[in-house]
Ligand binder design. Structure first.
Ligand SMILES: [Zn+2]
Length: 120
């Protein structure tokens, strides 16, 4: 599946539009991060400063390869839930302003009716 290019939100202009075609790649990243966080849940002797564990988390990313099938299954399930519960029949959701919309066809903007007659 080839991800759909992101167009800016027609309401707020942000590039935080989540298109239904991009749900799986986004949820796969979330599933891999979830796996990394679960692998890192080891008791520590003392509390550590914020961000000090980031290097440890990054070192565990290669370990997620062993659980990649589980990550993919988690991503498929989550993308299905997002599609059903958030998008419904719509194509995209702006994560900035919350507008849901149907995708525009090939960048063509729908005609807008105005009172101004077309110029010859
Ligand atoms: Zn928006």
């Amino acid at each position: 599946m080839c991800p759909t290019p992101v167009s800016p939100c027609s309401a707020c202009g942000a590039f935080t539009v989540l298109h239904r075609d991009n749900l799986y790649p986004v949820t796969l990243v979330a599933a891999v991060l979830d796996c990394v966080l679960r692998l890192d849940q080891q008791p520590t002797a003392a509390p550590s400063p914020p961000w000090s564990q980031l290097a440890n988390l990054i070192e565990q990313v290669p370990d997620t390869g062993k659980e990649l099938d589980q990550c993919k299954a988690q991503a498929h399930a989550l993308s299905g839930l997002i599609q059903r519960n958030w998008l419904g029949p719509f194509d995209q959701l702006c994560l900035s302003c919350g507008v849901i919309a149907f995708a525009e066809d090939d960048g063509q903007v729908d005609a807008v009716e105005t009172d101004t007659p077309p110029q010859a």
